[in-house]
Design a protein around this ligand. Structure first.
Ligand SMILES: *Cc1c(COP(=O)(O)O)cnc(C)c1O
Ligand SMILES: [Zn+2]
Length: 431
């Protein structure tokens, strides 16, 4: 076992993280004991959780999952969490709706089945509750007392809520110029919220410095020193989508990209389901979505590059505004390996897509959802996404947090006196 580079100086009792066996380097494969580590001591590659996955029959495991709670803990045997996780105070996200979007399908000309995985239904209204719920269990296991993060907005709210429920202190960091809905959501749970004068990449750099400093001792940064555990939460999106399709892989999935963690872990989750025999093995394609104003991965994909050149973000899709995405190269690998693609859309197309989803399916997504549906539409029109195959679009957040994106064009149709005459004059009645 190699020497560990322990970040955060938490206590080091043997952690009970269920089937998690070790951390392994995504670059060189070296293994490390479970701990608050995120970079390989040999090659500085990112670490991920390696498992002793269940061995029984797929039927047995499927039954066990189906008998579990209606949240991500039904998949506890596949996650780095203790077996009794469902009994601990956590915000219990997941098992959000997979909506069969027939109206939207008609509008886009999709005949093979179009679904929206709607993660706005999570406790703090974004997919970030999934990753934070897992990070909380790691923080507990490693004895951290303060929960922290660098955030583009949604993560700060999810950390605030989860820490409140778990009885931990929280202190989270965001770019100072976020949407009001994100700021209030992050502050209301009573933890500390710090606005940093800079963009997300500045916030992230600041947090990396804080981790190495006595000021940050005993702090679990969910997306930095707890990142290997945090990332595993996104696998549950893959599990749920397949279970909700009747234990079947979709043909095509469209996923938004900020750091790229979610996309890479959805792929990891699909691979695990295949390996465990929970779904039948068949090809699937993964598509990544970015906003044009922050499209470093899309640019690299189109240029045929393996590395991602950082950008300075400028887009209304602030939750995706990471100019230097940590998992960018892995996203490129996955898009190319599965035969998918990475594409971007303009802010105007983002707004149009938010309204399209709302108008056709009654789902109000945030700007990230607009990015994902906008890219889906663009790739269907370009003949890259096959309309005759089963397609899942992931809506990762709630439009109530990004009202500014649509408020200019979403106002009262008319304002009238409370009389039938006035209503008649407005021309909105049947007669
Ligand atoms: C954070 C976030 C994402 C993407 O996150 P990754 O860093 O790529 O895992 C997507 N949608 C919303 C709404 C988010 O808040
Ligand atoms: Zn390594």
């Amino acid at each position: 076992m190699a020497v560990q580079t322990v970040a955060g100086n938490a206590t080091t009792a043997t952690p009970d993280l269920g089937p998690a066996a070790a951390l392994s380097c995504r670059e060189c494969g070296e293994r490390f004991e479970l701990g608050p580590l995120f970079a390989c001591a040999s090659c500085f590659g990112p670490l991920e959780v390696a498992y002793d996955l269940p061995t029984g029959s797929p039927e047995e495991l499927r039954k066990r999952i189906e008998a579990g709670p209606d949240n991500i803990w039904r998949y506890a045997p596949l996650l780095p969490v203790p077996a009794d996780v469902a009994d601990k105070p956590n915000i219990n996200p997941g098992f959000t709706k997979l909506v069969k979007a027939d109206n939207l399908a008609r509008e886009l000309g999709v005949t093979g089945g179009l679904y929206v995985k709607d993660d706005s239904g999570n406790p703090t209204h974004s997919f970030k509750d999934r990753v934070v719920a897992i990070a909380v269990e790691a923080a507990r296991a490693f004895g951290f007392t303060t929960l922290s993060c660098s955030s583009t907005g949604n993560l700060a709210g999810a950390v605030g809520a989860a820490a409140a429920r778990a009885g931990l202190r929280s202190c989270v960091f965001i770019p100072h110029d976020l949407e009001q809905g994100k700021v209030v959501m992050a502050a209301v749970y009573g933890g500390e919220l710090v606005g940093i004068e800079g963009n997300y990449d500045d916030v992230n750099r600041f947090c990396s410095e804080l981790i190495g400093d006595p000021l940050g001792e005993g702090w679990g940064f969910v997306n930095v020193n707890l990142r290997p555990y945090y990332g595993e939460g996104s696998k549950t999106l893959a599990y749920e989508i397949c279970e909700q399709l009747g234990w079947r892989l979709p043909d095509q999935i469209v996923i938004p990209i900020a750091s790229g963690s979610q996309l890479t872990k959805i792929d990891k989750g699909l691979q695990e389901l295949i390996k465990l025999g929970l779904v039948e093995d068949k090809p699937y394609k993964i598509f990544g979505a970015q906003a044009e104003g922050c499209s470093p991965v899309s640019a690299a994909f189109k240029a045929g590059h393996d590395v991602v050149r950082p950008q300075k973000p400028n887009t209304i899709a602030k939750s995706l505004a990471i100019g230097n995405p940590a998992d960018g190269p892995y996203v490129l690998d996955i898009a190319r390996r599965t035969g998918g693609a990475v594409e971007d859309v303009t802010d105007e197309q983002v707004v149009d897509a938010i309204k399209l989803l709302a108008r056709t399916e009654g789902i109000f997504g945030e700007t990230a959802g607009g990015v994902t549906l906008g890219v889906t539409k663009k790739l269907i029109e370009a003949g890259v996404i096959d309309p005759t195959l089963t397609t899942v679009v992931v809506n990762t957040g709630d439009g109530l947090k990004t009202l500014d994106a649509v408020s200019a064009t979403s106002q009262a149709t008319a304002t009238i006196k409370p009389s039938l005459d006035a209503f008649r004059a407005a021309g909105l009645g049947t007669a």
